[in-house]
Design a protein around this ligand. Structure first.
Ligand SMILES: Nc1ncnc2c1ncn2[C@@H]1O[C@H](COP(=O)(O)OP(=O)(O)OP(=O)(O)O)[C@@H](O)[C@H]1O
Ligand SMILES: [Mg+2]
Length: 347
């Protein structure tokens, strides 16, 4: 079976604007992680060829004619960047792993996701979108508040000063987010509590979906000056200090609620094959959905990989389970010949 591995590699991103924040490329893959996906697929006997998710992609796909694409492109430019490659694949009538363009665009934009979750009765933090630092805060926005970019991931733009206690700090942080990331700022009620994340692979309900053990971030390993939030410093600068509780020490009832909410978020946002939903859990066991990662990291060190490993899966098992979910969704049987992997880089 011919698998096209589609990735956005940080080294191929030539268009970093002058003065961009240091975490601007944090979501993109390295050649090493791309090779790890290829190695996993090859280990299971797939024929794998890779290509950068860029404007040369349609011509290359036309020539290669894959049976299915393994898409992990985070995109580079724009508020719907994760939707770019799925849109191309949809237009070309190709099969691919992960969300379609609509779900990718919806889940890239946190305010849009939150509106959908709220509509479906899923508990979210109260929020307001600031297009400008001069917007008037709604009177029901109660401090402390949490300020983050409207459509970033990997903790980008999330630091100690994301927690704000005064209108002055709110306006300063909103101004910084808008200027640095060229997008609106999402201002949410700050939910004091534990960071809980739940990942799944599969589709549909019941047997079609496999939940990985729920994880709680353990903040005790980070330097004490860092707030207990899972931002870019924790994810990138202090990545080696990461500790978790997996499975999270939750009662059976609470764990079931987390899994139920995860599947509901996955379903109402139209995600496919795999995802990871991030929550905050308060001391009195109120669960707040923060976001869904429709293209969650599956590098050898990603949260989802660690969850899978906690129940004895290998990285290969995880990568191939995503492909399996997509193959099953398309009603395709698996066929396993062997071949080498190659990466065509058109930068
Ligand atoms: N409203 C909130 N209240 C409290 N903490 C929050 C809130 N929103 C975000 N956080 C903290 O910031 C972290 C990152 O937030 P979020 O998951 O929205 O960002 P992200 O960059 O998209 O993450 P990912 O790396 O999962 O893509 C959360 O795990 C949590 O610790
Ligand atoms: Mg998150």
């Amino acid at each position: 079976m011919r698998v096209a591995l589609l990735v956005n590699i940080a080294d191929n991103a030539h268009h970093v604007p002058f003065g961009a924040p240091s975490d601007i490329l944090a979501e993109l893959d390295s050649s090493k992680t791309a090779e790890s996906y290829a190695a996993a697929l090859i280990e299971r006997g797939y024929e794998v060829h890779g290509h950068e998710g860029n404007s040369h992609l349609p011509g290359w796909l036309d020539r290669y004619q894959p049976d299915i694409c393994f898409n992990v492109c985070e995109g580079f430019v724009g508020e719907s960047r994760e939707a770019h490659v799925p849109a191309i694949l949809e237009m070309m009538g190709l099969r691919y792993t992960g969300p379609g363009p609509l779900a990718a665009a919806i889940t890239q934009d946190k305010p849009t996701t939150q509106r959908i979750l709220h509509y479906h009765g899923i508990r979210i933090p109260f929020f307001q979108v600031f297009e400008s630092p001069d917007d008037t805060p709604r009177p029901d926005l109660v401090y402390p508040l949490f300020v983050k970019p409207a459509h970033e991931g990997t903790g980008m733009g999330i630091r100690n000063d994301s927690i704000v206690h005064t209108e002055r700090r709110l306006r300063d942080k909103v101004a910084e987010v808008i200027e640095d990331y060229r997008q609106p700022a999402l201002v949410e009620a700050y939910i004091q509590g534990k960071d809980i994340t739940c990942g799944l692979v599969g589709n549909g309900t019941g047997d079609g979906v496999h939940f990985f053990p729920i994880t709680e971030v353990d903040f005790s390993g980070y330097p004490p000056e860092l707030e207990h939030i899972y931002g870019v410093q924790q994810k990138i600068d202090y990545a080696d200090y990461y500790k978790n509780k997996c499975p999270a020490p939750l009662s059976a009832a609470l764990a079931a609620e987390v899994r139920r909410a995860t599947l509901q978020v996955f379903t109402v946002t139209g995600c496919r094959d795999y995802a990871r939903v991030d929550f905050r859990l308060t001391e009195d066991d109120k669960l707040y959905a923060l976001e869904i990662n429709s293209l969650p990291g599956i590098t050898p060190h990603s949260d989802l990989t660690l969850m899978a490993q906690a129940e004895g899966w290998t990285h290969t098992d995880l990568v191939c389970s995503v492909l399996d979910a997509a193959l099953k969704r398309y009603g395709m049987a698996q066929h396993i010949p062997e071949r080498l992997w190659s990466m065509t880089d058109y930068g």
